[in-house]
Design a protein around this ligand. Structure first.
Ligand SMILES: N[C@@H](CCC(=O)N[C@@H](CS)C(=O)NCC(=O)O)C(=O)O
Length: 273
């Protein structure tokens, strides 16, 4: 369990500290996507736990999230990650724009977007595509109810990972440097690999088939990156954090959408402040 320190949310920060405030939840894959980018770019930031389950207990994720006042002020939908400037004037509450924003800063770490405009556009398109095809399908595969929907969602994941692997220049999506699609896929790839078969059984284990060989080579490479390593949760924490999705009782926007037969991706769409 993690001490989320929600009570500290409104604590005044040092006026000389210009670090960005990354309003987060320790279990959230979308927060990991942004943290990978910020760590890789060495962009000064504070990770602030702004959303949690009651008592930070994964077993209580069948109850509504507790959200900090700061999060609700900057993200009307109450979604993490939300990035807030040190003076509290600006905020971004959507993961892909937050990662692109990190690339526009002058900081010591390597950029995530390729210099070549064509490759940059391919990377951007692929990141959006992963968000639509893989992230939502992860939740649809995990939640019980409609076996046909679960199996179709898992098939979509496998086909998407094959397609992604075949599109990788290698070792990463755009070549030798970690990029936007790598940061977007990794947190969901690790959850697909560990969480889904734990709850749905071996039929839902991602196969080590020849058609996925390039995906697995990508996965092996990307998990060696220091910025990625820093975000990896233990298998136990990964699994416990999806307990209530797996038994169908999770109380989140995404879980509500899936129970209503709607799109998980649309449910997690950010809001404009
Ligand atoms: N489209 C958002 C997705 C973020 C998201 O769904 N975050 C979840 C936590 S993993 C959340 O904040 N849920 C709040 C809720 O369900 O009320 C992004 O790209 O950042």
């Amino acid at each position: 369990m993690v001490d989320s320190g929600l009570q500290l949310m409104s604590a005044p920060s040092d006026p000389d500290d210009v670090s960005l405030r990354v309003l987060s939840a320790w279990f959230c894959p979308y927060c990991d996507q942004v943290r990978i980018a910020f760590l890789h770019r060495q962009l000064p930031h504070h990770v602030i736990e702004a959303l949690r389950w009651p008592e930070d207990d994964p077993a209580k994720s069948n109850m509504p999230y507790e959200k900090s006042e700061e999060l609700l002020r900057h993200s009307p939908a109450g979604l993490v990650p939300t990035i807030v400037s040190s003076d509290g004037v600006h905020a971004i509450s959507e993961m892909i724009p937050a990662i692109e924003f990190a690339d526009d800063f002058s900081c010591p770490g390597p950029k995530l977007m390729p210099a070549d405009p064509w490759e940059k556009a391919r990377a951007r398109t692929t990141a959006d595509w992963i968000q639509r095809r893989v992230c939502g399908a992860f939740f649809e595969t995990l939640m019980p109810g409609d076996a046909e929907r679960q199996s179709a969602a898992f098939k979509q994941i496998v086909e998407s990972l094959e397609h992604f692997g075949n599109g990788c220049v290698g070792p990463y999506f755009s070549g030798r440097h970690l990029g936007l699609p790598d940061a977007v896929l990794f947190p969901f790839a690790s959850r697909i690999i560990y969480v889904i078969p734990h709850y749905r059984g071996e039929d839902y284990a991602l196969p080590h088939s020849p058609s996925l060989a390039k995906f697995w080579a990508w996965y092996d490479a990307v998990q060696q990156e220091p910025a990625v390593i820093a975000t990896i949760l233990s298998e136990e924490n990964l699994i416990s954090s999806y307990l209530r999705y797996a038994d169908g009782s999770a109380c989140t926007k995404v879980a509500d959408a899936i129970r209503d037969g709607e799109s998980a991706h649309d449910a997690a769409a950010g809001s404009i402040t």
